[in-house]
Design a protein around this ligand. Structure first.
Ligand SMILES: Cc1cc2nc3c(=O)[nH]c(=O)nc-3n(C[C@H](O)[C@H](O)[C@H](O)COP(=O)(O)O)c2cc1C
Length: 319
């Protein structure tokens, strides 16, 4: 069976699996390993730290001759950041969370495929109008930040597929294994963009504690909050809360965002603990499929396992 789709054609890869550009966590080693495994690896350049990207892009280039991309947080970047991205010759640039209008043309004029991640229908329509080459439909199951009133991946993906016409759509959020990839294809997506599962790989830039927490957690252990962004003073727009694992700091401050903002001792205490990487306070971003993650595996093996399982799932349906 072949898993060739409009996405594999578009990006010139073997399998319709893209690793999420997890800011600061998806570096060159993870992107290269996913690409070497036949997927499309993305470096998560977040808010656009040039030195960090120079190092990570170098790591990716040295590790693979296959294509890989770079992703950013749209609300945090400037035109100069896009120019910096393009100087590393990525095979795609992905923009998420915020209005990509000022940047879309810069990427397209360079002849580089533009991937836009969307969290609701209005964002999806805008991505179509901007002529995105690939649209990532991120449902509320996703790990990390998502739309304020995000609906589930199962409901959101077909709605975006209907809007997108001939533009390939990737499903994102809650896909942790090959059954999820098969489901994404059944919903009309041309592939899956996966974050949480790839955090549990030796190539991801996460601490051992975070890797262990992800392996131990179930979907029910995740919750959507702004609390940890407030605590760490991250200037995220209010309409993008984040799904993280619960922790004792959240237990103390859940639903008390204004009070937290006005309590300097709590913020100080948080930052001191966060500086030590204390897992009882820091955000461990994880999606609802985190319960499907039961081991740390090399990223290329994760790609292979997802492909094999998706093929089995599709064959089962096809009987
Ligand atoms: C640890 C982590 C960090 C993330 N950081 C980013 C980011 O910087 N930029 C971005 O576009 N998406 C980011 N995302 C969201 C992913 O792009 C994607 O939508 C999500 O991981 C899909 O859901 P899943 O985690 O259930 O696979 C992040 C996700 C996680 C888990």
């Amino acid at each position: 069976m072949t898993l060739r789709t409009a996405l594999t054609e578009q990006l010139g890869v073997r399998y319709p699996i893209v690793s999420a550009p997890m800011g600061g966590e998806a570096g060159g080693a993870l992107a290269a390993a996913v690409s070497e495994g036949g997927g499309f690896g993305m470096i998560g350049a977040g808010r656009g730290d040039r030195e960090w990207l120079r190092r990570e892009a170098g790591i990716a280039r040295n590790a693979t001759g296959k294509p890989w991309g770079i992703g950013y947080l749209t609300w945090a970047i400037t035109e100069a950041v896009i120019a910096d991205a393009l100087s590393h010759e990525p095979a795609a640039v992905m923009l998420s969370f915020g209005d990509p209008t000022p940047f879309a043309r810069l990427v397209q004029d360079a002849g580089v495929p533009l991937i836009l991640q969307v969290t609701d229908r209005a964002e999806a329509r805008r991505a179509v109008d901007l002529g995105a080459d690939v649209i990532v439909a991120q449902g509320g199951d996703a790990g990390g930040h998502s739309g304020e009133n995000a609906i589930g991946t199962m409901s959101f993906v077909p709605a975006v597929v209907d809007l997108a016409g001939t533009i390939p759509v990737l499903a994102a959020g809650g896909i942790g294994d090959g059954r999820g990839l098969a489901a994404a294809l059944a919903l009309g997506a041309a592939g899956a963009l996966i974050g949480t599962r790839f955090q549990a790989s030796p190539e991801a830039l996460v601490s051992e504690e975070i890797g262990k927490a992800i392996v131990a957690a179930d979907g029910e252990d995740t919750e959507i909050n702004r609390t940890l962004d407030i605590a760490r003073d991250a200037p995220w727009p209010a309409n993008y809360p984040a799904r993280t694992l619960g922790n004792p700091f959240l237990d103390r401050w859940r639903d008390r965002d204004d009070e937290l903002r006005a309590t300097p001792e709590a913020l100080h205490e948080y930052r001191a603990a966060a500086a030590r990487g204390d897992i009882s306070v820091i955000p461990v971003w994880a999606g609802q499929a985190v319960g499907l993650v039961t081991d740390i595996q090399p990223a290329a093996d994760i790609v292979a396992a997802i492909v094999a399982e998706a093929e089995r799932a599709l064959a089962r349906i096809d009987r």
